[in-house]
Design a binder for this molecule. Structure first.
Ligand code: ATP
Ligand code: MG
Length: 487
């Protein structure tokens, strides 16, 4: 480990008698992503919240499976006003980046919620997005000037005002043809939840989201219909699921504007997805792009959906949706649920280039669901396998093993062994993966050909979906307008 600020922090904690271990991971902001990556759950992690209590800042440590009770803190401290610090205040008080808050915040009165001690070992920030701190929870009592308090409520308890209908929502941008990442990270989850029969499922082609990055208007019209056909070919049943175009339910956009009144610009600018897209399109840093997560929150919450089948890249956006739900419920007494992600085994499919994730808008990164065996073979053969410096497995080879794990799990051990004894023929591994991917996609491609031949049926699905979605969306917007004093 080379990060000096992390080393210094760990040393300081040792000096305070707090033995610790540091766990390394890719740069991640959201606790859910970090614990997921490290093989833990939110039950194991503790967040440090910096709060403004009247005129002073305080730090509050709470387990990630609990929520702060503003009422309890106000009563305990005998204060009038209490809020979470803004990102600017956070950085000023801690000297750290958002998402890296530590257990020890020098010069700040620190309150530790009693639930923190419900787990023997706990995880927390280190001051770096690449490292997570682990220590005995009991040891936190050795921090200078801390006080153990009862200031949280379990998350389940707060869900009491969620809706009685259990709904699921998800959507895909019409920025190109569906690829393996979309299928494994999202559509497979759509199908599983539809099949469970436990939910009312709403699946959307989020065509309005497609205009948040540069696009071709002729391609958009074509792509959005192709995605509806992909949904049907993947096995979604329009009798069970509501299948829609986002733009045909304009209430999504209306609600997004109301929601934007409870979200700060700074919060949006800090999102990793926003930063990535600005890097990808530096000349198109638009208001629409900044608003993307607010519109996504509206897509989900307009149906009061509590479960969202999406890939792991969308976790930061779901956190925003939860924050918006919470804020709206606090300020206006609405009853929005706090939506959580429904994860699948393929929640993160890497790019064929060996860098980043597979994306519709990143050239040479993807395998489309409609690709032929020849095309898949050619694309998989193009994954770079040159050995990385130091003899480590190259990113391209790691990608191949991820595919192998997903498509030919029983053969992974054998290929790993031959990699270790240096007898691995890369082309042999690549061709086996290509064949297995094609085998999984073939039935989809056959169904797709049949559905494409019946465009009248596709029209009916779209019309019927819009009607059913409209009925729900209209009600939610009416309720929100009323509660916000607009009706
Ligand atoms: P774009 O490049 O336009 O952002 P995309 O390929 O990222 O396209 P989206 O329409 O943004 O696709 O996302 C649709 C769904 O597919 C989301 O649920 C997203 O989490 C999921 N998804 C996208 N890429 C991957 C991936 N590489 N692995 C797993 N899931 C993915
Ligand atoms: Mg995307």
């Amino acid at each position: 480990m080379t990060d000096k600020i992390v080393l210094d922090y760990c040393k300081k904690m040792e000096e305070l008698g707090i033995k610790n271990k540091v766990l390394e991971h890719p740069p991640l902001v959201e606790a859910a992503q970090v614990v997921n990556h490290l093989g833990y759950t939110l039950d194991d992690s503790v967040a440090t919240l910096i709060m403004k209590a009247d005129d002073d800042f305080i730090a509050v440590l709470r387990r990630d499976v609990t929520k702060i009770s503003f009422k309890k803190i106000k009563k305990l401290l005998g204060i009038e006003s209490l809020r979470i610090a803004t990102p600017e205040e956070f950085s000023k008080v801690t000297g750290l980046e958002i998402g890296t808050a530590r257990f020890y915040v020098p010069n700040l009165k620190t309150y530790i919620d009693k639930e923190v001690f419900g787990k023997k070992y706990i995880l927390g920030g280190t001051g770096s997005l690449n490292y997570t701190f682990q220590c005995l929870s009991e040891d936190l009592k050795k921090l200078p000037g801390v006080e153990v308090v009862d200031v949280t409520v379990p998350i389940e308890q707060e869900k009491s005002h969620s809706t009685s209908v259990k709904r699921v929502f998800s959507g895909i941008r019409a920025t190109g043809r569906l690829h393996l990442g979309n299928y494994l990270g999202a559509v497979k989850g759509f199908l599983e939840l539809e099949k469970s029969g436990e939910y009312e499922t709403v699946y959307c082609v989020v065509d309005v989201h497609s205009i948040t990055t540069p696009y071709d208007k002729n391609a958009l019209a074509k792509n959005k219909r192709e995605i509806i056909i992909d949904y049907l070919a993947a096995g979604l049943d329009p009798k069970k699921s509501i299948i829609i175009y986002q733009s045909e339910v304009p209430e999504h956009i209306e609600l997004a504007f109301y929601f934007s009144s409870v979200v700060t610009i700074a919060r949006m600018q800090h999102l990793p997805t926003y930063k990535d897209k600005v890097k990808q399109h530096p000349d198109a840093n638009t208001m629409a792009l900044l608003n993307y997560p607010v519109l996504m929150a509206s897509d989900i919450l307009i149906y009061k959906a509590g479960l969202v089948p999406v890939g792991i890249d969308q976790e930061p956006h779901l956190e925003v949706a939860r924050e918006i739900a919470r804020k709206m419920n606090q300020l206006y007494g609405t009853d929005f649920p706090e939506p959580v992600r429904f994860a699948t085994k393929g929640e993160y499919i890497p790019s064929l280039t060996g860098e980043g994730k597979m994306s519709k808008t990143v050239v040479n990164s993807f395998i489309n669901l409609t690709d032929s065996l020849e095309k898949i073979r050619k694309k998989i053969r193009s994954v770079p396998t040159a050995t990385a410096a130091g003899g480590e497995m190259s990113p391209g080879l790691k990608t191949l093993f991820i595919f192998a794990q997903l498509f030919i799990p029983s053969e992974v051990e054998g290929f790993k062994k031959s990699y270790q004894d240096k007898s691995l023929q890369f082309v042999e591994l690549k061709d086996r993966i290509a064949e297995a991917i094609y085998k999984e996609l073939k039935p989809f491609q056959e169904r797709r050909a049949k559905i494409s031949a019946d465009q009248k049926y596709v029209d009916e699905v779209i019309r019927d979906g819009a009607e059913r979605a409209h009925r729900i969306a209209r009600e939610t917007v009416k309720e929100v307008k009323h509660k916000m004093g607009l009706l």
